[in-house]
Every structure is written in C-alpha cells, then in structure tokens.
Write a new protein. Structure first.
Length: 227
C-alpha cells in the first residue's frame, strides 16, 4: 500500500466507469454490473489490507522499501483538472511546506484503478477532493469521494482525513456539492482564512501517527507474503 515514485501519465487516469472497466456499451452491458464488480474488487483489496492491520502489534520496524513514500496528501481530481491539481500541489508544498504530496494522475501506470485508489488513500495522511465543476461530471470521481469517505469512517486513524477543497479556478458551488461532503468543512482557497485553515488541518503530529500505522501495516503484509 505504499506508493512508488512515478511520473504523470500521458493519458488521463480519472476515467468514467465505461472507460475504466473497458466495457463495450454497444453490446448492452449493464453498467450496474460493472459497478458491482468494481466494488467487489475494492472490498477484496480493503479486506486483505485490514487483515494485515489486525495483526499489527507494537512492532514499529522500518523495513520499508526506499522507493515507497508515505505522502502527506493526495489530490483526487477530474480528468480535466490535472493542471489545477498540479497548481494546488505546488501551492501546498512550496507555499506551506506540506510535502511530499501527490496527485492521482501521478500514480503508477499499468495498474488497476482500484488498486491505485486504495494505495493513494492509504499511502497518504490526507485525501484532498478537488471540488470543481468537472469533478461531479465523472462517475469515477464520484466513486472516489464515496470510497474515501467510507475509508475515513471505518478506520479510526483515518478519521477527518478527507478534505474537500474548492480551488480558485472553476470551483463547484456549495449548493451543488453532494450532501455527504456538505457535512465536512471544505478548504476555500479564495477565503481570507485559507492559510489558517491549512495550518490547522495539516498537523505534523497527525502525519507521524498515520505514518507509523502505515509502516506497521506494510511490515505485516510483507511477512504474510513471505510465508
């Protein structure tokens, strides 16, 4: 569940259900069945990870690959918002010193989207949902935010780790924001209190705590793999 170093894809990652599942809709494929299949795959990923976490005790070993990094944040974004996601990434890293961070388009190529999503959410301390007009037009992005919210609810150390953010460019109006996200205080880049919000949310102590859990889980998973 660590995230290796990678480059930005030359093709869009934030795809619709039809594209991400390689479904031929011309043959009358039932889209609900595709969604069930994706959700079942995600369940298997989460179940395997949680079994590893259940076996974590007091061991805090550091046997983690040098290529794997526990990020401070990941930005989930729409296909058309890669440039905006990169701008926000640069803002948080260089203006506020919150690094390292990653955007979803930088996840490794050639892997299943669900595996990348699981690694992105659990390989970082905070999940930032880039709320733009484009975000809700993409079914895959809708799935991303519901999955992220469920992950933060079901796993104690991920509580309050999902951060909706309305960027300066093309922000999603509050009245059109899904109800599930309206219950969470969003980062408002145009707000005068934006800097204060950022400093209050991205606490180093929270990052260190989540990083410890991530390292323990990784080590347990490695031991299971070696059996």
């Amino acid at each position: 569940m660590g995230i290796g170093k990678s480059k930005i894809h030359t093709f869009p990652l934030c795809l619709s259900w039809r594209k991400s599942c390689n479904i031929d809709t011309s043959q009358g494929y039932d889209e609900s069945e595709a969604k069930k299949s994706e959700e079942a795959s995600l369940y298997n990923i989460v179940e395997t990870r949680d079994r590893a976490e259940a076996e974590v005790g007091g061991d805090t070993g550091e046997e983690i690959s040098e290529e794997e990094v526990f990020f401070k944040f990941v930005i989930l974004h729409a296909e058309d918002d890669i440039d905006e996601a990169l701008r926000v990434q640069d803002l948080l890293q260089n203006d506020f010193g919150i690094k390292p961070g990653i955007i979803f388009a930088e996840m490794p190529c050639g892997r299943q989207h669900l595996q990348n999503l699981d690694d992105a959410v659990n390989g970082s301390a905070w999940t930032i949902l880039l709320l733009t007009e484009n975000f809700l037009r993409d079914t895959w992005c809708n799935f991303q935010f519901y999955t992220s919210l469920m992950n933060s609810v079901n796993r104690q150390h991920k509580y309050n780790s999902v951060i909706p953010m309305r960027p300066l460019n093309n922000p999603l109006p509050r009245e059109r924001t899904p109800f599930a996200l309206q219950t969470i205080n969003a980062l408002e880049e145009e707000s005068l209190g934006f800097s204060t919000q950022v400093e209050r949310i991205f606490q180093e102590s929270v990052y260190k705590s989540q990083q410890t859990v991530w390292k323990q889980t990784r080590k347990t998973a490695q031991r299971q793999f070696m059996r």
